[in-house]
Design a protein around this ligand. Structure first.
Ligand code: GDP
Ligand code: MG
Length: 288
């Protein structure tokens, strides 16, 4: 039996959440084309009884610590990397990858590292070979080209990971998928819909808290607050005659019902809390 911790590390939008979701076959981490949607670390377990258990962490992307929220994200990245057995640098191979590779090497990790070239469904074979040759000597044990979206080469990636995993018993029971509570995923799904429906600064200045999660006879009642920073943002979220919040609620409900495989009653309130992102107490309250 082999078991250990693998951290997926990479810039926002590289495809970390997509890779995790594909490997785990569940919608564990929210996927969005906008950057910085994953503010928390999510541990997800991939277990083959008697053979291996891989504990993946989806770490928030590397970003400038502009706000307190960002400083916390950087701390999360560091702490995530320090307790790993394997570090996995995931890059969007359709973009310039020198910068993330350089950032990663500057962390001077002692754990074995794998460079994963993602989104290679969009690249020609020659381009992929060229990239692999370029980064061959750059302190990676192995370079694997994949597509998290089309599942290309994910078996090879798994084999590479298993090879580097230490011997050991499983840390979590085989029927567990994640260390996060259901409530967390529900709030992430609501947040995902905010990302889908609104642009510019709104998604980045929004937090979601679940106040009520009650299992009734035929459905689950969920009441959530959407926290924004300004009255003007609240007005945008509400929309004309409540049009937008209604649409948000419908989209989120559909998604949550798919995830929970159960009917839900979803109630959303919008609350204004100025500068919540710079307020330590409030960050704690919202789970950051
Ligand atoms: P994260 O910020 O690193 O977690 O990135 P996400 O998983 O949220 O993905 C960002 C965007 O890239 C989404 O629109 C994904 O659908 C897209 N994406 C992820 N993996 C692939 C891939 O292998 N190929 C292509 N073409 N797009 C991908
Ligand atoms: Mg993500």
């Amino acid at each position: 039996m082999k078991s250990g911790f693998v951290n997926i590390f990479g810039k926002p939008n590289a495809g970390k959440s997509t890779l995790l979701n594909t490997l785990l076959g569940e919608k564990l981490a929210i996927v969005s084309s906008k950057v910085q949607t994953t503010r928390h670390r999510i541990k997800a377990f991939l277990t083959k009884p008697g053979e291996y258990q891989i504990i993946f962490s989806d770490t928030p992307g590397i970003i400038e610590p502009k706000y307190k929220l960002h400083e916390r994200m950087m701390q999360n990245v560091k702490s995530a990397l320090e307790d790993a057995d394997i570090a996995l640098l995931l890059v969007d191979a359709t973009k310039d990858i020198d910068e993330p590779v350089e950032l990663f090497r500057n962390l001077r990790l002692k754990v074995p590292s794998i460079l994963v070239l993602n989104k290679t469904d969009k690249l020609k074979a020659e381009k992929i070979e060229k990239l692999k040759a370029n980064f061959n000597n750059a302190s990676f044990r192995k370079i694997v080209d994949v597509s998290a979206l089309t599942h290309k080469n994910l078996d090879e990636l798994l084999l590479t990971i298993i090879e580097l995993l230490p011997d050991g018993e499983a840390f979590y029971s085989e029927d567990e998928l994640t260390d996060m509570p259901t409530k967390f995923f529900v709030s992430e799904m609501i947040r995902e819909k905010v990302y889908e429906l609104f642009s510019e600064e709104i998604p980045y200045q929004t937090a979601v808290i679940i106040n009520e999660f009650k299992e009734k006879e035929s459905l689950i009642k969920i009441q959530a607050d959407i926290i924004v920073q300004r009255e003007s943002q609240k007005a945008i979220l509400l929309g004309e005659g409540g049009k937008m919040i209604k649409q948000l609620g419908t989209l989120a409900r559909t998604e949550i019902e798919k995830f929970l495989q159960q009917k839900i009653f979803l109630q959303l309130f919008i609350k204004v809390k100025p500068k919540w992102r710079d307020n330590d107490l409030q960050l704690k309250e919202y789970g950051y």
